[in-house]
Design a protein around this ligand. Sequence first.
Ligand SMILES: Cc1cc2nc3c(=O)[nH]c(=O)nc-3n(C[C@H](O)[C@H](O)[C@H](O)COP(=O)(O)OP(=O)(O)OC[C@H]3O[C@@H](n4cnc5c(N)ncnc54)[C@H](O)[C@@H]3O)c2cc1C
Length: 415
Amino acid sequence: MAVSDRDVTVIGAGIVGVCCALYLQREGFKVRLIDRGGPGEGASFGNAGNLGIASCVPLGLPGVLKKVPRMLFDADAPLKLQLGHFPRALPWLLRFLAASRPASVEAIADARHSLLSRLHEGYDPLIADAGAQDLINPSGLIMTWESEEAFAGAAYGLDLRRRRGIHFETLDGNEARQIEPSLSPAVARAVYIPRLAHVMDPLSLTQALARDFQKRGGAVVRAAVSGFETGPDGPRKVVTDQGSLDASRIVIAAGVWSRPLAAQLGTDVPLEAERGYHVMFPEQETKLRVAVMSADRYIAVTHMNEGIRAAGIAEFAAPDAPPNMAIAKTVRRHAQALIPRLKGEPKSEWMGPRPSHPDSKPVIGRSPRFPNVWFAFGHDHIGLALAGITGKLIGELVAGKPPSVDLSPFRPDRF
Ligand SMILES: Cc1cc2nc3c(=O)[nH]c(=O)nc-3n(C[C@H](O)[C@H](O)[C@H](O)COP(=O)(O)OP(=O)(O)OC[C@H]3O[C@@H](n4cnc5c(N)ncnc54)[C@H](O)[C@@H]3O)c2cc1C
């Protein structure tokens, strides 16, 4: 099949790839979206649903090194590392420590905020056109702490947010329980972020956007990409288990699995899986009024269409290694301690790999090697939030327009 200069192939139909595909269509391209599974069935399936406008704070903060022993040996710890994976993760961890110095943290928070502050500009038109507004709940989010000491330890991160203009209200435990009566009496301090919305079913959102993409003439191809046929100017065919497909322009948006694909095209990125777990509690009589995030338990608890989802943990392991469902039990234990009325067995448990770079920033930009390839991956804990604006930026880049956000902090060759 002959392809024209106006054809784009997007690899990966997670929330990021689907948003890229929609914006590329809006730029007038004919777009093909390839995924080995259905849209939204990777990391985008089971996240906590938060459109976290306040998430400019990176994972690595000054003092993170002191947490490493607990990370390795405490069953309740939020960070976990499979020991067999340690040699592969070590270079990533060293870069992560370097990125946790105060000067780096300020620059990373600026970069994350530059995208997060445009979250709704990126998403809202896509969600409106797909008729998916009823999946968005603008109830706000409450962050909780269970001791004054833990709250005092959060001052640095709160200050990072405040200095970037993020509005939040600081509460004591009783004020927090007035906003969310389900919270445990142990909650001593809280911060309420009123403008923060959440998605009532992340899988349904990706599927609704993918349907809209198809309705507008986009093609969704179910195939696993194994590589490329590359000429002197760049890849000209995408090789899949269903045969080779001609491709004039390619966007790689395959979440954590982007690393081997980018490497085949000559770009090495330190992308690792931070595997998270969720448990779904069945529909409860009383709904949560707001989304909840426990800053000291490192879990998010969100009311969704099908029940209450508790999500958390960052486990460093190979993305496709079997899940360790004992970790899901940890999430469950934390959720039931934070919200005591969450009783009984969860109805399902899940693990998915967050695609994470050590400097807590995605890669959004043109391949340093080939002019017909663009990258959009590595959105770590905020990929649901950033998918819309990432799609918009990729649309602009592929169309040859100046991007509406300074993309230098997200360059693929920064590592
Ligand atoms: C427990 C948990 C909670 C989270 N909570 C939040 C939250 O509240 N808010 C937020 O913003 N973010 C959250 N995240 C992060 C967010 O889910 C991810 O950043 C986001 O889903 C990444 O999207 P993606 O499209 O890049 O990757 P994915 O959703 O993983 O999509 C990649 C797609 O590429 C496909 N693919 C890969 N390789 C190939 C190949 N070779 N051939 C064909 N197809 C391929 C896969 O099948 C997959 O569908 C959370 C993550 C987890 C795990």
